[in-house]
Design a protein around this ligand. Structure first.
Ligand code: OGA
Ligand code: MN
Length: 272
């Protein structure tokens, strides 16, 4: 089958057709997908029918997989995380974030499969943190490169939505970490803004009075519509994203409707 890659917006995203992720992927196809991912940062594929094992196996081709400290996981395939509104209050994801940036080594990326989608709503948005970086004034790029930020799991997982003992254990095992405000993609060498509303709590050595407005400016800048794409899901859609250089936002506008997504999370490197 011929693979086609159609960009979705100038800054980010591509629709990929001609690939069945349930089948073992040959080296040439994988290379095409990996190159498209580096170029477009988010890939969407329609009409995939994947078992949990097949989703895990495809994701594992990118690297070792991560098991989330708080979210529920499949009992059969623990590397498959369940984002199911029947199991969890998922408003945590209706906030711009880069997944698990509270880890010393945040994820490289993720493979997300839509299993149940509300009739209307529940779109996901992604922003290109490299396009946003490129648009900064040069003097600000130079200044931001000197800063490091703290990231903390506790910011996105509030006590009222999780079981207390489990949340306390997750906090103990995941103390706040420090990452550069501007990170460099290990493969492309591109620079990206790496602070997000979801997990960033401050700037090292800077009073909150100064750090908070500076961070708020960066959050607002990264998520300007011209750096983003928005995806309206159908069951069977798969999104693959590069978590090192993007942020995403899962819109919560569907009330009590049932929404189920399965995620496999690929481990990444220490940001530099
Ligand atoms: C995620 C997430 C996106 C969604 O899977 O990391 O934030 O659309 N959710 O549910
Ligand atoms: Mn996420």
């Amino acid at each position: 089958m011929d693979i086609t890659i159609e960009p979705l917006t100038p800054a980010i995203g591509a629709l990929v057709s001609g690939v069945d992720l349930a089948e073992p992927i040959d080296a040439a196809t994988r290379a095409t997908i990996e190159a498209a991912l580096l170029d477009r940062q988010v890939l969407l594929l329609r009409d995939q029918t994947l078992t949990e094992q097949q989703q895990r196996d495809f994701a594992a081709g990118f690297g070792p997989l991560h098991i989330h400290p708080i979210y529920p996981r499949s009992s059969q395939v623990p590397e498959i995380m369940l984002l199911d509104t029947a199991l969890n209050d998922l408003r945590d994801n209706a906030l711009w974030h880069s997944d698990v940036s509270f880890l010393e080594t945040p994820s490289l990326g993720a493979v997300l499969l839509a299993r149940k989608i509300p009739e209307l709503g529940g779109d996901t948005l992604w922003a290109s943190a490299t396009a946003a970086y490129d648009a900064l004034p040069e003097t600000l790029k130079v200044y931001l490169a000197t800063l490091r930020a703290t990231h903390d799991l506790a910011k996105s997982f509030p006590a009222e939505r999780f079981e207390a003992a489990e949340l306390e254990a997750a906090k103990r095992n995941n103390p706040p970490v420090v990452h550069p405000v501007i990170r460099t993609h290990p493969v492309t060498g591109k620079k990206a803004i790496f602070v997000s509303e979801g997990f960033t709590t401050g700037i090292v050595g800077m009073e909150p009075t100064l750090a908070e407005p500076l961070l708020a400016m960066l959050y607002a800048h990264v998520t300007r519509p011209k750096f983003t794409m928005r995806w309206k899901w159908r069951v069977g859609d798969v999104a693959i994203w590069d978590n090192r250089v993007t942020q995403h936002y899962a819109t919560y506008d569907y009330g009590n409707a049932h929404r189920v997504m399965n995620r496999a999370t690929i481990m990444g490197d220490k940001p530099f």
